[in-house]
Design a protein around this ligand. Structure first.
Ligand code: FE2
Ligand code: FE2
Length: 498
């Protein structure tokens, strides 16, 4: 029996809108969950997902992807690989798995919300596959992470981190709760599928995969690529939604959603991908710098996509371009100084050869960030390692939850952007973070950073209280991954005897 091609039946099969008879339309699709923008029902018929797939094809493709990734893993002895990996690469893996697994799993719920409350049949259909994708991503990442658990307990954080109040996790969870989990189906799809997934996931899943392959971690590279091939599909829910918003006079609202989400994700990826690419990836395996990847994947492509949809670059674009050169370098200093508050073992990543690379990729690095590292190196060389770790908690931004930071030296201009709202003072590290708060203060006002919790007594003042609160036993507190031996490259070479 001849089978019809998918293109011949797809549109009819996924056209699942009907006129309800037993409940009212707004009971079936409450505006607060489905569409607070009041777009007429007939307009949703125009939703046209660029990437079409049916269940039968979806299952066989996904199966192939899983077979590919799991068989690469089975063929290569990972335990030996890990034992022989450099502390650079181990540090990168510990950070990656600790922060990535729970967003994958939680994204299942985002797509389920779009599946239930989306107004267009195509949107619901694509989101159904999105939910299945995210279950697969959570499973594969957890499975691959736990392979290392016997050698390194930091990998327990692949599963554990989401349930802790560690400050790194609080920062990421705040951002993701904001854009993915606490808004209606339209807003969260524009913010997540367009600004987050289409905007940024290429960085961590394609660019990092290139570095991983170059380093020889083919299992990690294959896993990342298999995930990104799903992201590339379900991230496309955002584009047709924006087109419908713009056509129906909601351009300003769509633009604001993107401006908020793009900034929130930039902060997170700057630290995660930026530090991984420019510090944790061994020098000989670096494909490009974060800045180069950002220029290619985010700045060029994302802006082109925005313009094609009739939107503009976010209003803070110049400020953002400045930060691409600096933000993650400043955060890397904080990551090293506050290492005890992290579950992974951070590296400095600033040997003489690495500094040369950093200076070449980010001209002026030596005169600014390099100066601070000079002091760190001097302290380590003179046995004052305690001076390279901060005891007091850093000042954290009330929006991004990351350390208030800036460029050391002449251009030092760290400003605490303060806002008083209903009897409470909030601190922001940039005008953009403050602007986001001002858009909807009641959404954000209840959040208390780790610093707020220390000040209000939620966290005790004993020496272990902060760590216990953040879920870190003594063995789960980061130390210098090289045990300070990385400064040896700075010592003048010994003259050959005789
Ligand atoms: Fe995912
Ligand atoms: Fe995704």
């Amino acid at each position: 029996m001849a089978l019809l091609n998918m293109s011949e039946w797809y549109d009819i099969a996924r056209d699942t809108n009907w006129t309800p008879r037993y409940v009212r339309e707004e009971e079936l699709f409450p505006p607060a969950m489905s569409d607070p923008y009041g777009i007429p029902v007939s307009e949703w018929e125009a939703f046209d997902e660029p990437y079409k797939v049916c269940y039968r094809d979806y299952v066989s493709t996904q199966r192939e992807k899983d077979v590919g990734a799991y068989s690469v893993k089975a063929a290569l002895s990972r335990s030996n690989f890990f034992r022989n990996a450099s502390p650079h690469w181990r540090s990168l893996l510990e950070l990656h798995f600790g922060v990535i697994c729970f967003p994958e799993f939680h994204s299942t719920s985002l797509f389920a919300r779009i599946t239930r409350f989306g107004r267009a049949g195509g949107m619901r259909n694509t989101a159904t596959f999105g939910s299945l994708d995210e279950i697969r991503h959570a499973q594969i990442q957890l499975y691959f992470a736990y392979e290392f658990i016997q050698q390194d307990r930091a990998f327990d954080w692949a599963h554990k981190s989401a349930k802790t109040e560690n400050w790194v996790i609080v920062s990421l969870r705040h951002a993701l709760d904001d854009i993915e989990h606490t808004r209606d189906a339209v807003s969260s799809a524009i913010m997540t599928n367009f600004a987050f997934e289409q905007g940024f996931t290429n960085l961590q899943f394609i660019a990092m995969a290139a570095d991983a392959a170059k380093y020889g971690d083919h299992t990690f590279a294959t896993m990342l690529q298999s995930i990104q091939s799903d992201e590339a599909r379900h991230s496309q829910i955002g584009e047709p939604l924006i087109a419908i918003m713009v056509k129906n006079g909601r351009k300003a609202e769509a633009q604001k959603l993107i401006d908020i989400a793009f900034w929130r994700m930039w902060k997170q990826f700057s630290v995660l991908s930026g530090v991984s690419m420019d510090y944790s990836t061994p020098l000989e395996s670096r494909e490009h710098s974060l800045k180069e990847f950002m220029e290619e994947w985010v700045i060029e492509q994302f802006v082109r996509n925005l313009k094609a949809l009739g939107l503009d670059r976010p209003w803070y674009w110049d400020h953002f371009l400045e930060e691409v050169n600096t933000f993650h370098h400043a955060q890397q200093l904080g990551i090293y100084f506050y290492r005890a508050t992290e579950w992974w073992k951070p590296i400095a990543g600033v040997s003489p050869a690495e500094r040369e690379w950093l200076e070449q990729k980010y001209p002026g690095w030596n005169e600014t960030f390099g100066r601070v590292w000079d002091v760190v190196i001097d302290n380590i060389e003179h046995g004052r390692t305690e001076k390279t770790a901060c005891e007091l908690a850093p000042m954290l931004c009330s929006m991004c939850g990351l350390e208030m930071s800036g460029v050391p030296g002449k251009s030092w201009k760290v400003t605490d952007h303060v806002l008083d709202y209903e009897g409470r003072r909030y601190h922001f590290c940039s005008v953009v973070d403050k602007w986001i708060f001002e858009q909807e203060p009641d959404r954000y006002r209840g959040h208390r950073s780790i610093i707020d919790r220390m000040l209000d007594g939620t966290i005790g003042s004993g020496p272990d209280d902060l760590y216990e609160y953040m879920g870190q036993s003594p063995a789960e507190r980061g130390t210098c991954a090289y045990d300070y031996t990385w400064v040896e490259g700075y010592k003048p070479p010994l003259k050959a005897a005789g």
